[in-house]
Design a protein. Sequence first.
Length: 141
Amino acid sequence: MSKRFTLTEAQELLPTVERLLQDAMRWKPEFDESTAAVNRMKERIHIMGGTIVDRGEALETRQRRDTASKRLKQAVEEIVGMGVQIKDIETGLIDFPTRFRGREVYLCWRLGEPAIGYWHGDEGFRGRKAIDRDFLDHHGE
């Protein structure tokens, strides 16, 4: 069973989640770029049946990739370890599982929003609804 959050619990975690999410967003482009560079080197070597590679450049690129991978993984694991679901790192979209009227739904937040103001069911981000009095009265049931 996944962790479920009250709105208050989720709001209290936002500063920590936001910091970790920003870390992940900072390291993901570096990871993607350096991984692509390593793959291009491998492909070039394969196509040419072996080639002389600038050893310093190759080592530096792999080190960049490994560092970015480690930092990205660490941030993601910390977020997920709290029970928070990352939906999209690039846009900073996350969900906090919760209950509403007896079913599992998600408190929805995106980086840049001042607070958690939306929730949705299985329909995802496109179906998110504003947290209203009805939700507050029946949240957690």
